[in-house]
Structures are given as C-alpha cells and as structure tokens.
Design a binder for this molecule. Structure first.
Ligand code: UT7
Length: 323
C-alpha cells in the first residue's frame, strides 16, 4: 500500500514582532487580558514588502532542501491560504515560478485555519492513487492584512507565517505501524459560516473585507467538535489516546487546547504549543507547530501524531500521522 510520508519540512516567520504591550497602545486591551484569555504574548507581522507568497517561498525552499529534492522532482504544489497575493492566479504558481519548477502543477485551496489539513488530504489522495510521487504542501497566511486593527475582539489573536512539508510516496504494509499519513478526517458546516467571516469579498463587494468573529460561539464549537473528531479518528484506526505521542493542534487559543486535552484525557506534556510567540497564523498554524515539534526534537521518527484544526467555514479536521 502506498503511503504519503513526510520527507522534509520548512517554516518562515516574518521578523517584525507585535507584542501585547504594542496592542495596548492601539486598542482598549491589556497584556494580562490577552495572556489569560488566549495564551498569546506576541505575534509576527509581515513587512510591507512581504506577502503570503514570499513567506510561502521561504518555507518551501527550506522544506525542499530538508528533503534533498530538486524543484523538478516535485509533481504538485498545494498552497492553503485565505490571504492570496492576488485574486488570480493562484499564489501557488508564484511559489512554483520562484522555485524554478518547470513541470507539474500548482494550485491554492481555501479552508481558513483548516486549510493545511485540507491540502494534506488532497495531496495524500494524489499520492496514494499513484498519480504523483512528491508533493509540496504549504500553509501560509498574512491575516494581518485583513484584520480590523480597531477591533479588540479579533486583532489580538492573529499573526503571519508559513509552514511547509514535502510528502513522498513510500510503500507501506497497510497497517497502522506504517510511516506517513494514516488517516485524515475533514468536516465543514456551512450553516454556521457567519460565526467567522470577512465583511467583504471579490464577488460580493469587490473588496477583501475585514475579519468578523463571534468568538464565544466559535470557542464552544471548537472545544466540542475537536474532541469529538479526535475520538472518531482514533477509534476508526484502532487507537486509544494512550497511543498518541504528540498532539499538534491548531493554535487559536490556549483555553481551547486545554479544554480539548481535558476532554480527551491527553497530558499537557504531549502537546506542541507555538501560540504564545506566534498567535493564530491560520493556514500556517499546524504546519508551523509540526515544524516546531520536529526541529526542537519533541517529535521523533516513529511517533504517532494527532493533528487537529478548527476554522472559518466552519471547518474542522483531524489527522493521524506516523512521523
Ligand atoms: O482560528 C479560528 C478559530 N478561532 C477561534 O478559535 C477563536 C475562538 N474564540 C476565542 O478564542 C475567544 O472567544 C476570544 C479570545 C476571541 C474571546 O475570549 P472570551 O473569553 O470568549 O471573551 P468574550 O468574547 O466572552 O468577551 C469577554 C469580555 C467582553 O467584555 P464584556 O462584554 O464582558 O464587558 C469583551 O468585550 O472581554 C472583552 N474583550 C476584551 N477585553 C480586553 C474582548 N476582547 C478583549 C480584549 N481585551 N482584546
């Protein structure tokens, strides 16, 4: 059985830091409130000459070098983003050109904070059907460009960044001891799309709009559905929570992560956390948490990883990967 195995990883964070103390000067908030209610202390903001595409290119170059692959060995690039550089063409094609990749194909997908998992799922299906061998999957966002910097309900939450992985086809036994993606579950609930939405869009208003969120409702939805989907993916694959070596959750709010862990019964020392320094980087969040866990030695070869996301759509997802 063909499996999609992680062969390389990369990430990029813009240099400019925006601390909670900086935000105190912009809106009616405090470092104390933000830390207590979200766990975030600072986030990175793209420079004026940086874009989602330029962040993605930095992460992609590192992932390629890490996998020891040349651009033309990549068959497919999928970029998950909510903040593309232009309305058309896809920002993934900018990455393709910058890498000097003259073959294969590239496209964007949009599933907000769940985007990286949706992209992994699409690439995994191309690989497992034998259509391609190597995919570059990127999550990158510059949500700072669509945040309303006068709205304290949202502007304290988000940051910019990019994370990337190379997935390659490898023959497995078809058992859960195989390396690679073992299972992915994607969900969406369009009936609740207004809970987290932009105030405009290309076709609706010919403007990009700003982020609007009913925070408390999204919070409740996230805790309930992220624990449910985690149980579902574990039992579908014959695992229990004790089999999980590392939880790699979407980094939206420490209280969402803590509540989900309590419901699941997963100890906090198994959880990868980046949100204190990065905030919520949307489509990049899980990709960068994965990068952080691997590069800090928290995630080791053979570990069973449980990935989870929750975002606008509403979308949510879970994944089991043996690293
Ligand atoms: O990645 C996509 C998924 N997004 C999420 O998962 C976000 C989910 N939601 C959340 O993380 C939380 O709901 C927030 C962090 C957004 C808000 O935390 P909360 O504990 O749910 O606060 P709340 O919205 O219930 O507001 C409590 C109070 C309100 O004041 P009143 O009405 O009680 O007087 C807010 O106006 O806190 C106030 N408040 C703030 N105060 C200081 C809201 N934002 C701020 C702020 N600083 N930045």
């Amino acid at each position: 059985m063909i499996r999609s195995v992680i062969k390389g990883f990369g990430a990029y964070l813009p240099e400019r830091r925006l601390t909670n103390f900086d935000l105190e000067k912009m809106v009616d908030t405090s470092d104390e409130w933000i830390v207590e209610r979200t766990g975030i202390r600072e986030r990175r903001i793209a420079a004026n000459d940086e874009t989602t595409g330029s962040l993605a290119i930095r992460a992609a170059r590192e992932a390629l070098a890490n996998a020891s692959l040349t651009p033309n060995q990549i068959d497919l690039i999928i970029l998950a983003t909510t903040t593309p550089d232009e309305t058309l063409p896809a920002t993934a094609t900018k990455v393709q050109a910058a890498l000097g990749m003259t073959s294969g194909f590239a496209f964007d997908i949009q599933a907000a904070c769940s985007g990286f998992m949706y992209a992994l799922s699409v690439a995994d299906n191309y690989i497992r059907t034998g259509a391609i061998r190597n995919a570059l999957v990127i999550g990158a966002d510059t949500l700072s460009r669509i945040v309303d910097w006068t709205d304290r309900n949202t502007c304290v939450l988000f940051g910019d960044g990019a994370g990337a992985v190379i997935l390659s086809a490898e023959e497995g036994q078809g058992t859960t001891t195989d390396s690679g993606i073992l299972s992915l579950i994607l969900r969406s609930d369009g009936a609740n799309r207004n809970m987290l939405i932009s105030s405009g869009g290309v076709s609706a208003s010919q403007s990009v709009g700003k982020i609007l969120m009913e925070g408390r409702e999204v919070f409740r939805f996230a805790v309930e559905n992220m624990s449910k989907i985690a149980h579902e993916i574990l039992s579908n694959n014959g695992f229990t929570i004790a089999d999980v070596d590392c939880l790699v959750p979407h980094q939206a709010n420490i209280r969402i992560i803590d509540a989900t862990c309590r419901k699941l019964g997963i100890p906090s020392d198994k959880v990868i956390l980046t949100l204190a320094d990065q905030g919520n980087t949307s489509g990049a969040s899980v990709a960068m948490a994965l990068y952080d866990g691997i590069t800090r030695g928290r995630i080791k070869h053979g570990d069973l990883l449980l990935l989870e996301t929750m975002g606008a759509g509403l979308t949510w997802s879970a994944g089991l990967i043996r690293y």
